[in-house]
Design a protein. Structure first.
Length: 264
């Protein structure tokens, strides 16, 4: 069995930051593996550990900087990784769901996985649509927001639970090959061991550009354009109390008395 896991490097923004053009200045950004994708990687590795002859491959769309993030997924147990990038993708700028779907669908076609796992959403744009869009593009069965997964290899079926609105859970069976979007809480992602980190340095990261995937620049043309980035104004007044804990408590008490809170 081959499991393909889509992973994304997302930016974590410092509390105080500055905007440069239509992006946050790089000085104020740290990068890490997307939280939802971390659960997807863990689920794939657990399936690998419980089964025989299971290969786990990760795929990400991103620049060279993303290889550090990819190495973390390799350190946690993935066998190899694919990074999709070239000058044409870089020049395209913002990649919308359609563009990402076309790139990932080309990887799925080349790899022929039995199962594709994605995170439910990404912590930066939170679109939550790429996994389902990918399933439609490659013609796989799919299920979104999966909170429990049990594979029946003999029957090529995934028995799963998925989270619906209002706290309702749905029990379902999905035939393989399939795309499943993984929800946080389905497992407990492991920390990468020192041994795993060392082994990850020798594992393969296969760089593929548009030409390698049988695509051209039209594949990354999108319908979404980023026109502006700004920090929204607060709609309510905020009062900050300085000093130590005792001074802050006294200032808060004075303010509440002035507002009549707790007054008889």
């Amino acid at each position: 069995m081959k499991i393909l896991v889509t992973v994304k490097e997302v930016a974590e923004v410092a509390d105080d930051f500055e905007i440069a053009g239509t992006a946050i200045d790089e000085t104020y950004l740290d990068y890490d593996l997307n939280e939802w994708d971390d659960y997807a990687v863990e689920e794939a590795v657990q399936i690998q550990e419980a089964g025989d002859d299971v290969e786990v491959v990760t795929v990400t769309i991103g620049p060279g900087r993303a290889e550090e993030t990819i190495r973390m997924a390799l350190a946690k147990g993935a066998d190899r990784a694919i990074r999709v990038w070239d000058d044409a993708i870089a020049e395209a700028g913002l990649l919308d769901v359609g563009a990402k779907t076309r790139l990932l669908a080309a990887v799925v076609e080349a790899e022929s996985p039995d199962l594709v796992l994605t995170g439910v959403q990404a912590g930066d744009d939170a679109f939550g649509a790429t996994g389902v869009s990918l399933a439609e593009a490659v013609g796989f069965e799919w299920a979104a927001v999966v909170t429990s997964l049990d594979l029946d290899d003999d029957a090529d079926v995934a028995h799963l639970r998925r989270e619906l609105e209002g706290g309702v859970e749905e029990l379902n069976d999905v035939e393989l090959p399939a795309v499943l979007t993984i929800q946080t809480g389905i497992n407990e992602p492991r920390y990468a061991s020192l041994r795993g980190i060392r082994q990850a340095q020798s594992k393969e990261i296969d760089l593929r550009g548009l030409e390698d995937l049988g695509l051209d620049a039209a594949a990354v043309e999108g319908t979404v354009e980023l026109t502006d980035v700004y920090e929204p104004e607060s709609e309510s007044d905020t009062q900050l109390f300085g000093g130590g804990p005792e001074e802050q408590a006294a200032a808060l008490a004075d303010t509440l008395r002035e507002l009549g809170v707790g007054a008889e």
